[in-house]
Design a protein around this ligand. Structure first.
Ligand SMILES: NC(=O)c1ccc[n+]([C@@H]2O[C@H](COP(=O)([O-])OP(=O)(O)OC[C@H]3O[C@@H](n4cnc5c(N)ncnc54)[C@H](OP(=O)(O)O)[C@@H]3O)[C@@H](O)[C@H]2O)c1
Length: 281
């Protein structure tokens, strides 16, 4: 697998986003830096971090150690809930850049809407201005509902390029994916494998793995790709990093995709809580 084999999505601002990325939480310290360097060497070009992961320095250090030209990498960070005021969001972004040792972010997201604070539209306005100033290339959100999306679009006339959501076979987000298609937003999937409850042994996953001669994790990530979502799997293990990236050489049938999507269940949400009520500081 070479990086040139990884396709890209064209975002609504004209920039491109790799069709798969690397999740960096909770990688930090020397081991974390080594794992992130390994991911870049294996071929990942999209790295996902956040202020709240406490590892922006490690990500920046891994980027420098990798030797891969900066312009080949897409670095994404996120503004935490405690920085939603306009000035706080601008300061937060500059601090992220400082920790990463970069002069711009390629993608910057609002981590959670935190609706009880009611300030996410202010943070969005700050991102719109930061993009105009060139400190951030593409701007987006995370854990936003359709209502939150429409609110920021109505307030600014600018549609997020990306909404990063919990999405895996137990929680396939059919409604939000339809909303994103309608609004021209790319879906990114966090906990794309399902993390601790990864459905590797579920028959639609295990049987497809057998038929295609691949690992169950690869089937799930290929399912993500065929849904049009951008998964950002995390692995500290080089072999798994390689397997997780190697999902562009086979194709699931429509029936296989549908059978995996049908694993979705009402209690499928694993970690995030409901964006309408959950608050992340
Ligand atoms: N926006 C948000 O609110 C939000 C919330 C949560 C996460 N995220 C982002 O999403 C990224 C990914 O989510 P996640 O880490 O929760 O879940 P995940 O990527 O679905 O799962 C990671 C876990 O699966 C294991 N794993 C990875 N590849 C595997 C494979 N091929 N076979 C078996 N096990 C495998 C990893 O262990 P090893 O490391 O030992 O391989 C790790 O324990 C995070 O790193 C973070 O960047 C965003």
């Amino acid at each position: 697998m070479t990086t040139t084999d990884v396709p890209t999505h064209r975002l609504n601002d004209g920039h491109d986003l790799p069709a798969i990325g690397f999740g960096t939480y909770p990688l930090s310290g020397d081991d974390g830096i080594a794992a992130i360097v390994s991911a870049i060497e294996v071929g990942y070009r999209l790295l996902d971090t956040a202020v709240n992961y406490g590892n922006e320095e490690a990500v920046g250090e891994a980027v420098r150690r990798s030797g891969v030209p900066r312009e080949e990498l897409t670095i994404c960070s996120k503004i935490p809930g405690r920085h939603h005021g306009y000035d706080d969001a601008v300061a937060s972004t500059k601090e992220s850049l400082q920790r990463l040792g970069l002069d711009h972010l390629d993608l910057h997201l609002i981590h959670w809407p935190n609706p009880s604070q009611g300030r996410y539209a202010e943070a969005w306005r700050a991102l719109v201005d930061l993009q105009r100033e060139g400190l951030v290339r593409s701007i987006g959100v995370s854990n936003f509902t359709a209502e939150h999306l429409r609110h920021v679009i109505d307030e600014t006339g600018v549609t997020p390029a990306v909404n990063q959501l919990e999405l895996h076979p137990y929680f396939p987000q059919e409604q939000m994916r339809a909303t994103h298609r309608e609004l021209g937003i790319v879906t990114e999937s966090w906990s794309p494998l399902g993390k601790r409850q990864a459905p590797f042994a579920e028959p639609p996953v295990a049987e497809a793995a057998e038929r295609h001669g691949v690992e169950p994790g690869q089937v799930i990530l290929r399912w993500q790709v065929q849904l049009g979502a951008v998964p950002i799997p995390k692995s500290a293990t080089p072999q798994r990093q390689r397997d997780n990236l190697d999902v562009f050489g086979f194709e699931l049938t429509d029936d296989e995709v549908a059978a995996i999507t049908a694993l979705g269940r009402p209690d499928g949400r694993l970690f995030g809580g409901d964006p309408d009520t959950h608050e992340e500081m």
